[in-house]
Design a protein. Structure first.
Lengths: 330, 441
């Protein structure tokens, strides 16, 4: 009798074998299969994606909504017993009128602009060279990629030693090349040099990442296009401007987007290198935000600042993605 | 099925026991939180006596200084149960009292006969009371401390150096008594070659992130006449914080930083000061008394090679206050045990042992003992310093007030932005905004 029942069930499931649900039921022991049969495709889809949605809501969407709410209040996390009062747009107004925050935004813009420019130029140049497939290029590719595999904490501490004016290797190399005494300049302690010190480290660490994306772009260009250009007697320079650069441009733009977003919220490496100093010379926006939120404990104002940063990055990234799509369509 | 039920019951029981275990253990266990530094090790040693007498196991959570405030204030703000007892910074008193993080100890002191008059007045005021000047006690003074100086006594004693100094300045080379003398001595040593090595004048605090430059610069500001308010408790800062005396004090600190600190000394606090001194880089260094026992014992630079002096005066004698009181965290699951520890710690004999192990007791039974000034080479200086200490704001908003001062001072001293007057004017504006937000102005 049990055997007969099983066969009947299998027959009925076979009827729906064209659907995913049917296939799932086919491969499932009989009692569970009968339960699955009662669920529609849509329900099954919801069943699978619900955990991911719940997780997303809990760790991304809820904090975002909560931060938006807090940004309109006087809440301070270090005064949990104090009543939370609405302050309207006051936090936003104070953030946007705070010269310290504008200074931090300028520092961030300087850092983002120069790191992206240098990383794109050097990264693309390296990718172009590596793409030539010279002897040992695989080895050199691996060597070039090493910095981006390191932890930012390691890189920060490592470069702090390199920049040490009395024993640091960086100062000795500069001294060797220029003849300037190594202790006569401080990369991390000088107002003029410290913004460049953090740009150098970020460029050293992340240029390989840009190179990798550019390399993927260069390798995606079919050889026959170059062959056709050679038949047309196009010079190497002409090939570069008319074929290589336009076809690799979407990849370069993608690398710029990734690095731009990352560097806009740069925190760890700069904190370890300079802590935002000397004074506030290298205090990028995320360090100001952290100080506002977790040292001054002005949670409401910090939330307003975070929302402004979020909108700025999100807005700029959207505009950029639209431009990227246009380039891809060409 | 029966086997299944038994297995389920067993697993559930094991889970319950496992999760309940920490709470069961909690009844005869206490966790004390403090900063990770030399005196903390002495406290571990001292607390063995408490464990021996009470049977309570002591656990310790020591956080490195740069993260101490962040870590512990986060713990308190989030209602965590990590600490039963906390030796917290004096500046935290206002916030911790008003937010209900600490247990008010008045009734307990009365019941157990613990008298605050048995402790040094300055320490009680700084480490135990909130609001200031009122007999409301939130901590027992645990660790007296102040910012002071130490120097290379062996270098100072070299005849050729002494002769050269006397010829240049017309006086004997000795531990500086004023800020002017301090700068002279620092300049004298700066760049000099001693024992075949280039040395520098002084290691001072310039750290930006937590409290370093504020604690260092107030060592100059207070002696020059800086005040937080014209009238205590009125928050009238204009003319006090940015007075001509305060401007002169800040300029003196910057001058010392510019002339005489080692290269790359732009973000230095306790650790860097100790490193610079122990590596034979500097002639003088500022740091907290808490480190002095360890420095004196140091094989390379301690003993006869090291001397100590109180923070130099200028218009007035003043030292920056360090140190902490021990509080019972209101959230503790072991209130009885925590109070028992406080009662034990307040005993004169325990306080005497605390001093002998390297902790800075502020019980009068220790401080007024005739042998105290001779008990350590820095003990007499400690007594002097504790009678002239001044502390930073202890307001609930102290963190914002401190961050504002850190920024203004570092911008001026290290990053060369603006003048001392502009820095202090800016500080008045920042602090005024904070007190307005708090409804105190």
């Amino acid at each position: 009798m049990p055997k007969f029942r099983k066969e009947t069930q299998v027959t009925s499931v076979t009827d729906t074998s064209s659907s995913l649900l049917g296939k799932a039921a086919n491969a499932t022991p009989a009692p569970i299969a009968s339960r699955i049969r009662g669920i529609s495709d849509r329900s099954m889809a919801w069943l699978f994606i619900t955990p991911a949605i719940v997780l997303l809501l809990a760790i991304n969407i809820f904090p975002l909504i909560w931060a938006i709410y807090l940004s309109f209040t006087n809440f301070r996390a270090n005064r949990p017993n104090a009543p939370i009062e609405g302050v309207g747009l006051s936090n936003y107004s104070r953030v946007l009128n705070d010269p310290n925050i504008w200074q931090a935004m300028q520092t961030t813009a300087h850092f983002v602009f120069w790191t992206i420019l240098l990383q794109t130029l050097i990264g693309f140049s390296l990718a172009y060279l590596i793409d030539r497939k010279f002897r040992g290029h695989a080895f050199w590719t691996t060597v070039i990629l090493v910095p981006m595999m390191l932890s930012p904490a390691v890189v920060g501490n490592f470069w702090r030693f390199l920049y040490q004016p009395q024993i640091g290797l960086f100062n000795y190399i500069v001294s060797f090349i220029t003849g300037v005494p190594p202790s006569s300049f401080e990369m991390l302690g000088s107002v003029q040099l410290s913004p460049w010190a953090i740009i150098i480290v970020d460029t050293w660490m992340w240029t390989p990442y840009v190179m990798l994306i550019c390399l993927a772009g260069l390798r995606s260009i079919p050889d026959y296009i170059y062959e056709a250009a050679e038949v047309d007697r196009a010079s190497l320079w002409r090939q570069f401007w008319s074929i290589t650069l336009p076809m690799a441009l979407p990849f370069i733009m993608l690398a710029v987007l990734f690095r731009g977003i990352e560097n806009f919220k740069m925190f760890d490496m700069v904190t370890l290198l300079t802590g935002g100093g000397p004074g506030s010379t290298t205090e990028v926006a995320s360090i100001t935000l952290k100080r506002e939120a977790f040292e001054s404990w002005r949670t409401g104002r910090a939330s307003a600042f975070a929302i402004i940063l979020f909108v700025a990055v999100f807005g700029l990234a959207n505009i950029y993605v639209k431009a990227l799509n246009k380039v891809k369509q060409r | 099925m029966k086997t299944m039920k038994q297995a389920l019951l067993g697993a559930t029981s094991a889970l319950v026991l496992f999760t309940a275990a920490p709470n069961l253990a909690k009844a005869d266990e206490l966790t004390l939180c403090w900063a990770a530094w030399d005196p903390a090790n002495a406290l571990v040693e001292l607390s063995k006596d408490f464990t021996g007498q009470s049977g309570t196991t002591m656990k310790f959570e020591f956080v490195p200084w740069p993260n101490f405030a962040d870590r512990i204030l986060n713990e308190l703000n989030s209602g965590g149960k990590l600490c039963d007892l906390l030796i917290g910074d004096s500046q935290w008193l206002g916030g911790s009292a008003e937010n209900g993080y600490y247990v008010k100890l008045n009734d307990f002191f009365d019941k157990e006969g613990i008298k605050m008059s048995d402790f040094a007045d300055a320490a009680v005021n700084a480490y135990a009371t909130w609001p200031k000047g009122t007999p409301n006690y939130w901590a027992l003074p645990a660790m007296g401390d102040a910012n002071a100086w130490f120097y290379r006594k062996d270098w100072f004693a070299k005849p050729e150096i002494q002769a050269e100094f006397k010829q240049k300045y017309g006086r004997d080379l000795a531990a500086p008594a004023t800020w002017d003398e301090l700068k002279q001595v620092a300049e004298f040593f700066n760049g000099r070659e001693i024992d075949g090595k280039k040395v520098y004048g002084a290691a001072i605090f310039t750290e930006r992130a937590s409290e370093g430059i504020t604690m260092g610069a107030t060592g100059a500001l207070y002696p020059y006449g800086f005040k937080y308010e014209n009238t205590p408790g009125k928050y009238d800062m204009e003319g006090a914080v940015n007075s001509p005396d305060a401007v002169a004090g800040l300029e003196a600190y910057k001058a010392l930083y510019k002339c005489c600190t080692p290269p790359g000394y732009t973000d230095a606090y306790m650790g860097e000061s100790l490193d610079a001194f122990k590596s034979g880089q500097v002639a003088m260094a500022m740091n907290w008394f808490a480190f002095f026992p360890g420095l004196y014992k140091d094989e390379k630079v301690g003993g006869d090679k090291i001397g100590f002096f109180v923070n130099p005066k200028e218009k007035v004698a003043a030292s920056t206050l360090g140190g902490q009181g021990i509080s019972v965290v209101a959230n503790t699951d072991n209130m009885e045990g925590a109070l028992a520890y406080i009662k034990w710690f307040a005993q004169p004999d325990v306080q005497k042992k605390w001093w002998s192990l390297g902790g800075y007791a502020v019980h009068k039974a220790v401080l007024t003992d005739p042998s105290f000034p001779e008990s350590q080479p820095f003990a007499a200086d400690f007594l002097v310093a504790m009678n002239q200490v001044q502390d930073f704001w202890q307001e609930p908003s102290y963190a914002i007030l401190l961050q504002a001062m850190q920024k203004r001072l570092h911008d001026y001293v290290v990053a060369d932005k603006g003048t001392a007057k502009e820095a202090l004017d800016g500080l008045v504006a920042d602090w005024t905004e904070v007190f307005k937000d708090d409804g105190k102005l």
